[in-house]
Design a protein around this ligand. Structure first.
Ligand code: BG6
Length: 503
C-alpha cells in the first residue's frame, strides 16, 4: 500500500492520557512500519506549557526504547503549541504555527484535527477552527476525529452533531469507536461475506440466538470520576457493543465502501425493537455493580469504595440486555449482550447459537442433552473462530459428545496484530471512514438506549450487586430463555469454556 499523502496531525489534548497511552504509540508503530506519510508532522496542542523539546521528552517515556535511532528520527516529527483550547484568539496563533511548520518541513497543508480533550470542548474547538478558516477544504483536506463519548444521551448527541455540522461537513467528521478498529471485528465482515457457507444459514431459520460478551477483569482503576457519570450502558453498550451487533446482523453490502457499509449498519439500528415500558426494561435489561470480595485470595474493593465514586452510587458496572431486531432476517431471534468490569477474565466474543437438529436420532429413546452448535467469533484475546459440534464417542452405540474445531489468528501471522488506533489513524490519513461511526448511526444507538437511561433514573429501578470476580448478577443469567440455556462462560483461551477453567 502506498503511503498517505503529505499531511499534519494536530492533537488537541496532547498532554492527556490518551495521547500518551494510545495515540503516540500507534503513530510510532505506523512510522516503524513505514506507513506514515513521507512528509509528516504532528503538532500537540494543550494547556500545559511545553516546548517542543519538553513535549518530545515527555512522549518518549511512552514509546518503545529498543531502536534509539528510529526513536530519535520519530521524535523529530513532534511539535507542541500551548493554547487555551476555549480561547478563540489562540487559534490564530495555532494556525500561524501550523502553517509555518508545514512550510519549514515541506509538509502539505492537509490537516487532521484530533479531539482528545474533555467532551465539553468537542463543540468549541471546531467552532474556533472554523473562525480561523481551518475547516475549509479548498485545495487541501481538513478532517476532524472526535473521540468518544459522543454525547451522554440522545439530546446531547443531537446537539453535538448539530454543532459539528455547522462547521464541518459530515464527510470530514470521523467519530472514533475503537472497537471497529480491532482486526477481529473487521474479520467478522470477511467471515460472513467471503465464505458462501455462512450466509444461507445466517438468519432466523437456523439461528436460535446471538450472544455478545465484552468482559473486563479490571475495575474502574483511576477513572472513577469519569465512570460515575458514565456507567456500562454509555461506556460500552451504546457504542462498542451495538456496533458489533450492527456488523453481525447487517445485510451483505454491495461493496466495501464507507457509506455502503454504514448504511447497512444504520438499517439494523433502525430495526431495533424499542423497549415498550418500564416493566419491559426491568425484565430485559439487568444492571449490576461490583461489590467487595476476594479474587484469588486478594481482597478486592467494591465499586463504591473506588476513588471518585459516591458511597451510595447507583452507577452500573455491569449491564446485560435481551432485545430483538424487527426485520425479515432476525424476526424473533433474541440478541443477548452483556458487559462488565471486575468479571472473571478479559474477553470479547460473539456467540452464534444455532438451532437444534429437528429429529433426535441418537438419543436412543432417552432424554439426552441436545448437541448445540455454536460459532464463536473471538475478538480478544486469543483471537480466532471456534465451531462447536457433535461427534460420535468411539465405541459401541451412538453416543455423541460436543467437540471443538478452532482457528487461532496467531497461526496466520507471527506479526503483532495492528492496534485499533493504528488502523483507525491510518484510515483517517487516507480518508477512509468505513470503520468510523456516522452521525445518524450514533443517534440511532442513543435513541435505542434512551428508555433504559430514563428508567434507570427512577428510584424503583433495581441495581443488583455482584461480587468482584464473578460473572455479574444472578438476574443476568435469568435473561436467557430456555431450559438449561445459559451464557457461554468463556475462558482465557478460545477453545475452553465453562465455569471451571484458567482465567
Ligand atoms: C473504552 C471504555 O471505550 O473501552 C473503557 O471507556 C473500556 O471503560 C475500554 O475499558 C475497553 O476497550 P478494550 O479495547 O480494552 O476492550
Amino acid at each position: 500500500m502506498s503511503n498517505p499523502v503529505s499531511q499534519a496531525l494536530v492533537i488537541f489534548g496532547a498532554s492527556g492520557d490518551l495521547t500518551k497511552r494510545k495515540l503516540l504509540p500507534s503513530i510510532y508503530q505506523l512510522f516503524i512500519q513505514n506507513s506514515l506519510p513521507k512528509k509528516f508532522l504532528l503538532l500537540g496542542a494543550s494547556r500545559t506549557a511545553f516546548s517542543d523539546l519538553e513535549f518530545r521528552e515527555k512522549m518518549m517515556e511512552f514509546l518503545p526504547q529498543d531502536n534509539p535511532k528510529k526513536l530519535e528520527e520519530f521524535l523529530e516529527f513532534l511539535h507542541y503549541e500551548p493554547i487555551q483550547t476555549d480561547n478563540e484568539k489562540d487559534y490564530y496563533k495555532l494556525k500561524e504555527r501550523l502553517e509555518s511548520l508545514c512550510k519549514e518541513k515541506e509538509v502539505e497543508n492537509n490537516y487532521i484535527f484530533y479531539l482528545s480533550t474533555p467532551p465539553s470542548l468537542y463543540s468549541i474547538i471546531p467552532k474556533h477552527l472554523a473562525t480561523v478558516g481551518l475547516n475549509r477544504e479548498e485545495s487541501h483536506f481538513r478532517r476532524l476525529i472526535v473521540e468518544k463519548p459522543f454525547g451522554t444521551d440522545l439530546e446531547s448527541a443531537i446537539y453535538l452533531n448539530k454543532e459539528l455540522i455547522k462547521y464541518f461537513e459530515e464527510q470530514q467528521i470521523y467519530r472514533i469507536d475503537h472497537y471497529l478498529g480491532k482486526e477481529t471485528v473487521q474479520n467478522l465482515l470477511v467471515l460472513r461475506f467471503a465464505n458462501a457457507i455462512f450466509e444461507p444459514i445466517w438468519n432466523r431459520n437456523f439461528i436460535d440466538r446471538v450472544e455478545i460478551t465484552s468482559a473486563e477483569s479490571l475495575g474502574v482503576e483511576n477513572r472513577g470520576g469519569y465512570y460515575e457519570k458514565s456507567g456500562a450502558l454509555r461506556d460500552m453498550i451504546q457504542n462498542h457493543l451495538l456496533q458489533l451487533v450492527g456488523l453481525v446482523a447487517m445485510e451483505p453490502p454491495v461493496e466495501v465502501e464507507a457509506d455502503t457499509i454504514r448504511n447497512e449498519v444504520l438499517k439494523v439500528f433502525k430495526a431495533f425493537k424499542p423497549f415498550s415500558s418500564d416493566e419491559d426494561i426491568a425484565k430485559n435489561v439487568i444492571r449490576g455493580q461490583y461489590t467487595a470480595s476476594n479474587i484469588k485470595g486478594k481482597p478486592t474493593k467494591g465499586y463504591r469504595d473506588e476513588v471518585g465514586v459516591a458511597p451510595d452510587s447507583r452507577t452500573e458496572t455491569f449491564a446485560a440486555l435481551k432485545f430483538y431486531i424487527n426485520n425479515w432476517r432476525w424476526s424473533n431471534v433474541p440478541f443477548y449482550i452483556r458487559t462488565g468490569k471486575r468479571l472473571p477474565t478479559r474477553v470479547t466474543e460473539v456467540v452464534i447459537h444455532f438451532k437444534n437438529s429437528p429429529h433426535h436420532l441418537f438419543s436412543g429413546g432417552k432424554e439426552l442433552p441436545q448437541i448445540h452448535n455454536q460459532l464463536i467469533i473471538r475478538i480478544q484475546p486469543d483471537e480466532g473462530i471456534l465451531m462447536k459440534f457433535g461427534m460420535k464417542e468411539p465405541g459401541a452405540g451412538f453416543v455423541t459428545q460436543p467437540v471443538n474445531m478452532d482457528f487461532h489468528y496467531n497461526t496466520l501471522t507471527d506479526k503483532q496484530l495492528p492496534s485499533a488506533y493504528q488502523r483507525l489513524l491510518l484510515d483517517c490519513m487516507i480518508g477512509d471512514a468505513t470503520l468510523y461511526s456516522r452521525g445518524d448511526t450514533v443517534l440511532e444507538a442513543w435513541k435505542f438506549v434512551k428508555p433504559i437511561q430514563d428508567y434507570w433514573m427512577k428510584e424503583e429501578a433495581p441495581i443488583y450487586g455482584y461480587p468482584a470476580g464473578t460473572w455479574g448478577p444472578y438476574e443476568a443469567d435469568e435473561l436467557i430463555e430456555g431450559e438449561e440455556q445459559t451464557w457461554r462462560y468463556p475462558c482465557k483461551n478460545l477453545s475452553n469454556d465453562g465455569l471451571y477453567c484458567e482465567l
